[in-house]
Design a protein around this ligand. Structure first.
Ligand code: FES
Length: 236
């Protein structure tokens, strides 16, 4: 019995009585080939999986640029109609970094979400919350229509029909020194509760808010002291 125990605990394959053992060998060839094949398989999987994982998760840790931009003066906007504004969503890349925002004055009769100094104006993103196509505002119907798959949003940007999974994203707004400023984007659920910005196709009702991580590590509103200088008055 003691001799068997010694043989089983020996580091040499021959003494352990393993098939295909050679004298002085501590790993037999079958086990060596198994380990080599598993190692090569692991490296191959990592070569495919790591870049894909980095591509998928990278934006989660990226902080989106936060800033304020002027979209007009208070006289440019009413409560009853949206004004189309071209805005910068990524700085420094020209037209590719531009998008459309629909802006109007807040109407206390219908805009029942909590009133703050950042929503005196309602600014909606034009990106459809199904797959991201640009929506178009139709004043006669007071609806936002998506041309891609028939998504429809009501006057407040809430889903009225079709496949979109949540209301249109919004931008913070701020009135200062006679100008209306537009700030960072944020997302909302069906009750227009505010969340950090998400991508299209990511619902925010129920557990949806936990399933989809925000697109920026911090959802911090830029300080209003960082407002850009107003544009020069034409002719002066
Ligand atoms: S992208 Fe708008 S409905 Fe599909």
């Amino acid at each position: 019995m003691p001799a068997d125990r010694h043989a089983q605990s020996s580091k040499y394959t021959e003494e352990r009585g393993m098939p295909g053992a050679f004298e002085g060998e501590t790993v037999n060839r079958r086990r060596f080939m198994n380990l080599t094949a598993q190692g090569a398989g692991g490296i191959a999987v990592a070569a495919f999986a790591l870049p894909a994982l980095g591509f998928a998760l990278g934006p989660v840790f990226k902080t989106l640029p936060l800033g304020w931009q002027i979209v007009g003066t208070p006289a440019d906007f009413t409560e009853t109609n949206y004004v189309t504004k071209v805005i910068d969503i990524v700085e420094g890349i020209g037209d590719a970094g531009k998008s459309i925002a629909y802006v109007r004055k807040r109407d206390p009769q219908i805009d029942t979400e909590p009133h703050t100094k950042y929503n005196n104006y309602i600014a909606l993103s034009s990106r459809c919350m199904h797959l991201g196509c640009p929506v178009r505002y139709v004043q006669a119907a007071e609806r936002f229509i998506c041309p891609c798959h028939g998504g429809v949003y009501n006057f407040r940007g809430q889903v009225a029909g079709g496949p979109p999974v949540r209301p249109l994203d919004r931008f913070y707004t701020y009135e200062h020194n006679g100008y209306v400023y537009l700030g960072p984007r944020y997302s909302v659920n069906d009750q227009l509760k505010i969340f950090s910005p998400r991508d299209p196709g990511e619902p925010l009702n129920g557990i949806g808010q936990y399933l989809y991580p925000p697109r920026m590590s911090t959802a911090v509103l830029p300080p209003v002291t960082n407002l850009p200088a107003p544009p020069p008055i034409p002719g002066t």
